[in-house]
Design a protein around this ligand. Structure first.
Ligand SMILES: [Zn+2]
Length: 315
């Protein structure tokens, strides 16, 4: 990855390829467009991408996935523990527009640095066993906020073990003629941005994998550090409610900019699926207005590449 070129890249995508906001009437065909690295990759600019959501928390995940497909929406759906991953992987296996991440959310970690709880240890063992075969990882991370800071030492152990495995586990799984497969990792970082970045740096994780910081909430110095490391950033409407969040959106290189809803935040039995799509379109519109340009096609390129749509599978 040419970080310096990426970091300097602030060009806007052309206005061509703007999809209907509701994705219902589009008949747009695939176009051959140029990737930032110069290779031609066919991308359908009509697609919109929710790069961090939680379909496991909606009452009927398959319904939402199928509705998303009708609207030309693709999703990177997080899981909070391996049991949820198993359920969602089975449920959404035939939904090509959804990628399910394997994760242990920091809120679900229990124990201390010296002794993870038996439940957490079992979750970690399960994730580490599955990781060599998985391309999509999330949600993982560190949360030192007031509600979850008491387990931060245990969170460090879990996060570091998973990051270390993401950086070393592939070699044994591939024949010599195959290129090592990069993983796509969605990361939660609350009041622990430097600790997250230290860990990524320690294992050269952003060189070996594609790391997305979701809902970035660190300082501007930490943002610059994350950009220099090669991180991507998924941005949703709640990040855009703060002045600092809006300033960050104007700073992040266009090649690293992604959109998310982070919905649902928790399990719900009474949820209007429309809210998820409205939030996604709203985030796209707001980010485009803050950057004063049409980013839909640009974001589609980056997102499609990360989620392995329309790219050489040997990549
Ligand atoms: Zn999340």
């Amino acid at each position: 990855m040419d970080m310096s070129a990426d970091a300097q890249d602030t060009r806007c995508a052309s206005a061509a390829g703007k999809a209907d906001l509701l994705g219902r009437t589009s008949t747009r065909q695939e176009s051959n467009s140029l990737r930032s690295d110069g290779r031609n990759v066919p991308i359908d600019p009509a697609y919109r991408y929710d790069m961090h959501c939680h379909l496991g928390f909606v009452p009927h995940p398959r319904e939402v996935a199928e509705e998303a497909a009708r609207r030309h929406v693709r999703m990177f759906s997080m899981t909070v523990n391996p049991a949820e991953y198993q359920t969602m992987h089975t449920l959404l296996n035939s939904c090509d527009n959804v990628r399910v991440g394997l994760g242990i959310h920091p809120w679900y970690v229990e124990g201390s640095a010296d002794s993870l709880s038996p439940k957490t240890q079992a979750m970690l063992d399960n994730v580490l066993a599955q990781l060599p075969q998985e391309r999509f990882v999330g949600e993982i991370g560190l949360d030192a906020g007031t509600r979850h800071g008491s387990t931060i030492d245990a969170q460090h152990v879990v996060f570091e073990r998973i990051i270390a495995a993401c950086c070393t586990s592939d070699q044994a799984m591939h024949t010599p003629d195959q290129v090592q497969q990069r993983k796509v990792i969605s990361i939660h970082a609350i009041r622990a941005t430097d600790d997250v970045l230290d860990c990524l740096e320690r294992y050269q994780c952003t060189v070996k994998n594609d790391c997305i910081i979701h809902w970035f909430s660190g300082s501007s110095d930490q943002l610059q550090r994350a950009i220099a490391l090669g991180c991507y950033f998924s941005i949703g409407t709640r990040m855009l409610q703060t002045k600092r969040g809006r300033a960050y959106v104007r700073t992040i290189p266009l090649d690293r900019l992604l959109i998310e809803t982070d919905l649902l935040a928790q399990m719900s039995t009474n949820y209007d699926n429309e809210h998820l799509f409205t939030s996604l379109y709203d985030a796209y519109n707001k980010v485009e207005s803050y950057r004063a340009c049409d980013l839909t096609e640009r974001i589609a390129h980056t997102s499609a590449r990360l989620l392995a749509y329309n790219v050489d599978p040997r990549r």
